[in-house]
Design a protein around this ligand. Structure first.
Ligand code: ZN
Length: 259
């Protein structure tokens, strides 16, 4: 079948950059084909119909034309602009953190509707439940699940035995939990409390609508946050920029993972 010259897409805007004299280079995560970059011609001109349509964290229906290198946006219609999320600095920073991780884990030209749906439903939950940081922890874990990087939480990754209900260890490099008998050489290992393991398993099976009812002690939330953060950094192979901004906003002590 010949490749169509124009196509339609529903996309989440991840970021934009000035391009040429008056254009924008937009990074999108599309429902149909994963991450893509496109040029919005003239979008920086004040009289352009596209002004304001490519702010990060905007969901839009687009019509695009195939280009030799970059596709060109022909039409755009906003379907969700998350205006109340964007009006508060903390929820905006959380939303940009979600966008940065989708950018890091999403592949260009490779459809992943589970990842698209996860990102949009997480932004909706951040907007609706402004004080619930567990929403981000659930997003981090499910992001790894839908991207094929899910850490093992039920068996020891070395001896493969089911985990007993006790304190364990965890290694991002080895792919998840380790029993106390197994210490594979040459990998980073950190402790994992039984309570934190239970929170991770709960986040894995919970629906996002259940989260506002769930509570965890702050020290326990910090342990889970640090563990998931180090695992994401390991897979992304770089520091997650918006995370340090988030920590600054929320007056949380920085762990060595994020510093
Ligand atoms: Zn083991």
């Amino acid at each position: 079948m010949p490749v169509p010259k124009t196509y339609r897409s529903e996309s989440l805007v991840l970021k934009n950059l000035p391009f040429g004299e008056a254009d924008l280079l937009v990074t999108l995560y599309s429902r149909e084909s994963g991450k893509l970059k496109a040029v919005a011609k003239g979008a920086r001109r004040s009289n352009s119909k596209m002004v304001g349509h490519f702010e990060p964290l905007t969901v839009a229906k687009l019509s695009l034309a195939k280009g030799r290198n970059l596709d060109i946006v022909k039409q755009v219609e906003i379907t969700k602009n998350f205006s109340s999320l964007k009006s508060d600095l903390t929820t905006l920073a959380r939303g940009l953190y979600v966008a940065e991780l989708v950018d890091g884990f999403g592949s260009e030209g490779s459809s992943n509707q589970l990842l698209y749906n996860l990102a949009v439903e997480t932004l909706e939950a951040i907007q609706q439940h402004t004080s619930r940081e567990l929403i981000l922890r659930r997003f981090e874990l499910h992001l790894m699940r839908v991207s094929g990087f899910m850490p093992e939480l039920f068996h020891c990754v070395d001896c493969r035995k089911p985990l007993e209900p006790e304190h364990h260890r965890f290694s991002p490099d080895a792919g998840g939990t380790l029993c106390l008998n197994c210490i594979p050489p040459g990998i980073q290992i950190r402790s994992l409390s039984l309570r934190a393991l239970k929170v991770l398993r709960m986040l894995l099976r919970s629906r996002i609508a259940d989260l506002p009812q769930l509570r965890a002690h702050e020290s326990l939330e910090q342990e889970v946050k640090s563990l998931l953060g180090s695992t994401l950094s390991y897979w992304m192979d770089k520091e997650i920029r918006t995370n340090s901004f988030l920590n600054h906003l929320e007056h949380l002590p920085k762990t060595e993972v994020f510093s």
